[in-house]
Design a protein around this ligand. Structure first.
Ligand SMILES: [Zn+2]
Length: 486
């Protein structure tokens, strides 16, 4: 248990520094005590600036978090630094764009300093947690348990539905890509597969096979579906390629509903320039699925950092999951977890949550020329290990069109192997929307004070408090949090 800095100290923080403190404390899982006089570890702000430009130095010095007797001091400069990372500040400042209008990943500070393979913000939070334990003495300690059902980390399997109709066009495009790379064997296998499936629809078959692979493992996935009207121009650009009301898309949606999948919006290119389209596409999708549309991810991950998310929030989405790198795998915001979205113009946190993409099937293939699916999933599992080490959330993207007839022999087997390797590490798995809601509820837990027997008098402030628990520093002793409203 901890108390936060007093009101005056909090008021002296800039909005960005306050965001840094909130994210750090949330990811540390330290339970926050409201009574300022409670005999627990105090978190205080230190004003000296240790020099925070070089992230490797910050990591080597445990983020300059100081331990004391009943107090832990975090430098204000560190709070600012962590918030800059978690809000993509360097990308927000950048004016560089790639051919899809995206900020290139080389503009990201973590990429520049070569630390994007680690969730550095989450690691800083772990250092805070350790400092609290080391500074507690005889004072009581309690942390929120990371995930429900005693699970120590979480994973979400997500899919972008990019291709439904006109699949031979995609086969041809992919064969051209393989030809450029001299992948003659894969071309031959693709051609055989494609000719063998003429007259049937390999996209629908691949989608059903993928859903079956998940069903067999009791996994319910989250889907992102394009919901605009395609034109010749959007098709040529690889943007909108199908009509959501068309026969192919309706069949796909029916299959997803049958499997109780979460169906979210895959925002088309135009949404990041014209925010009103978010609400329109969201309504159109909800009309087709007849269920709420909690989340959104941009097609090609095309968005303007700190800006596009404002349009998503205004359209009523509960979460975004666009903040991954299109051309590499890793931690774009320094976390594998759920954090509030950041309004770059208003300099404030938004109601909408961000659950960054950590790994994507095609990141290695499309941009780094690696065509062996076994290598793709190995990187995915390594990043999942990094999420597990910080009790975080791994979000992976697998495209259902990675099937032999569309140019991806070996891909379906690799997907099944990926699921098995993730499951072997016992993650909590659920549709991304439920994981986000649970994390928001965990963040909302507060402790009124310490009961005479030393137990925390905890309560949840979010609507859903089921399965929230507190644990001691070893994680061995747990007790539940009553679902009493404030
Ligand atoms: Zn897409």
């Amino acid at each position: 248990m901890i108390t936060l800095p007093n009101r005056d100290a909090l008021r002296s923080l800039s909005p960005l520094e306050r965001f840094g403190l909130d994210v750090l404390v949330d990811l540390s899982r330290c339970a926050i005590v409201e009574d300022p006089a409670a005999e627990v570890v105090r978190v205080a702000i230190a004003d000296q600036d240790p020099g925070v430009a070089h992230l490797r130095a910050c990591i080597a010095h445990d983020w300059y978090i100081e331990r004391g007797d009943g107090v832990v001091r975090v430098p204000r400069a560190i709070l600012r630094r962590l918030a800059e990372i978690a809000t993509g500040a360097a990308e927000r400042r950048s004016t560089v764009r790639d051919r899809f209008g995206r900020v290139p990943s080389t503009e990201n500070e973590l990429v520049r300093q070569n630390v994007a393979a680690q969730p550095v913000v989450a690691i800083a939070a772990a250092r805070l947690r350790e400092a609290v334990v080391a500074s507690a003495g005889r004072r009581p300690i309690a942390f929120l348990t990371p995930w429900p059902e005693g699970k120590r980390w979480a994973a979400a399997i997500t899919h972008d539905l990019d291709v439904v109709d006109l699949w031979p066009v995609f086969t041809a495009l992919r064969m051209a890509e393989l030809a450029r790379k001299g992948e003659l064997q894969r071309i031959a296998r693709t051609a055989l597969s494609a000719f063998g499936t003429i007259g049937r629809n390999p996209v629908q078959r691949a989608l059903r096979a993928l859903l079956d692979a998940e069903d067999q493992r009791s996994i319910v996935s989250s889907w992102f579906v394009l919901c605009g009207t395609p034109t010749f121009h959007t098709m040529r650009a690889g943007d909108l390629t199908y009509r959501p009301e068309g026969r192919g898309a309706r069949a796909a949606l029916r299959a997803l509903l049958d499997h109780r999948c979460e169906i979210n919006l895959h925002g088309s290119f135009a949404t990041s320039d014209d925010h009103a389209l978010f609400a329109e596409q969201r309504r159109r999708l909800a009309g087709l699925t007849e269920q709420p549309v909690p989340g959104v991810r941009q097609h090609f991950l095309r968005m303007r950092p700190g800006e596009t998310i404002r349009g998503m929030a205004a359209a009523g989405f509960r979460y975004d999951t666009t903040a991954g790198f299109p051309d590499r795998n890793g931690f774009r915001l320094g976390v594998g977890d759920v954090i509030p979205g950041w309004d770059g113009a208003g300099e404030k946190p938004l109601e909408i949550q961000e659950a960054p993409v950590i790994w994507m099937d095609r990141a290695l293939s499309k941009y780094a020329g690696v065509e062996d699916p076994e290598a793709w999933i190995s990187e995915g599992v390594t990043l999942a290990d990094a999420c597990r080490a910080t009790q975080g959330l791994w979000v992976g993207v697998w495209h259902p069109n990675l099937t032999p007839a569309l140019g991806f022999p070996d891909a379906p087997a690799a997907f099944a192997a990926l699921l098995d390797r993730l499951l072997a590490q016992q993650p909590f798995m659920a549709p991304l929307g439920s994981l986000v809601e649970w994390r928001v509820a965990r963040r909302g837990v507060r402790v009124r004070g310490v009961l005479p027997d030393g137990r925390p008098d905890a309560y949840g402030t979010a609507p859903r408090t089921d399965r929230l628990m507190l644990e001691d520093s070893s994680g061995a002793r747990r007790h539940s949090i009553p679902a009493t409203p404030r």
